[in-house]
Design a protein around this ligand. Structure first.
Ligand SMILES: N[C@@H](CCC(=O)N[C@@H](CS)C(=O)NCC(=O)O)C(=O)O
Length: 209
């Protein structure tokens, strides 16, 4: 059975959600962040040398990196669900959003998180990163257009992977009334039974606003 090495309040929540959508059996191995540093406990390094979450173990295969994990899960257990047909433009767009989530949007949000902590001395760089985050969110809002989900009328792995940076954007006060389509998308994602079931399995998650 698949093991998900899951850290509270983390990106790993979307792996549980994906597995609930797939209806694939899994167990959760839980780790708690240090309440002061918010870092993962050292035991996570026993499953993967980087000591970050998520990590899954499927048989003797250990895989880290949330985008790679989600793509692996839909390829292996999806039977064609949660991903557009290969060879189509929608398939490539789906893959684009999976990479964009961590490679572009989340990267900006992490810089913002650290600069926010520095405070006044980082005022200039913080203004620049806020402008960059606003530009990114405006771009995602426009890209969504009138679609129900990021790659069209059905939920795909792209929506699952993008959920975390969008949720972090809400908590950081960057995603709001200027983004009615993204707010509606998040509401649509949050009301899914599989999303709710994953929350019940994962424990503390501060981003499901
Ligand atoms: N790009 C990686 C990032 C993994 C990552 O940094 N995970 C965070 C949780 S959101 C973590 O484990 N943080 C604990 C720490 O840095 O000690 C992914 O998408 O899986």
């Amino acid at each position: 059975m698949i093991e998900v090495h899951h850290l509270n309040n983390s990106r790993s929540q979307r792996v549980l959600w994906m597995l609930e959508e797939l209806g694939t059996e899994y167990t959760v191995v839980r780790y708690e962040r240090d309440p002061k540093t918010m870092l993962a406990p050292p035991e996570l390094k026993e499953i993967h040398p980087l000591g970050r979450s998520p990590v899954i173990r499927d048989g003797d295969f250990v895989l880290a990196e949330s985008g790679a994990i989600l793509e692996y899960l839909v390829d292996r257990y999806g039977g064609g669900r949660f991903v557009p047909p290969r060879g189509t433009r929608e398939y490539e767009t789906c893959r684009y959003w999976v990479h964009y989530a961590e490679g572009s949007l989340m990267m900006q949000l992490l810089v913002k998180l650290y600069l926010d902590r520095v405070g006044e001395p980082a005022k200039g760089p913080l203004e620049r990163i806020n402008a960059a985050v606003r530009m990114h969110l405006g771009y995602v809002e426009e890209s969504l257009g009138t679609s129900q989900f990021l790659t069209g009328p059905a939920l795909t792995v792209a929506d699952v992977q993008m959920s975390f940076p969008l949720e972090v954007s809400v908590v950081q006060g960057m995603l709001g009334d200027a983004h009615p389509r993204l707010k509606a998308l998040l509401a649509r994602l949050h009301e899914r039974p599989a999303y709710r079931a994953a929350l019940a399995k994962g424990g503390a998650y501060a981003y499901a606003k």
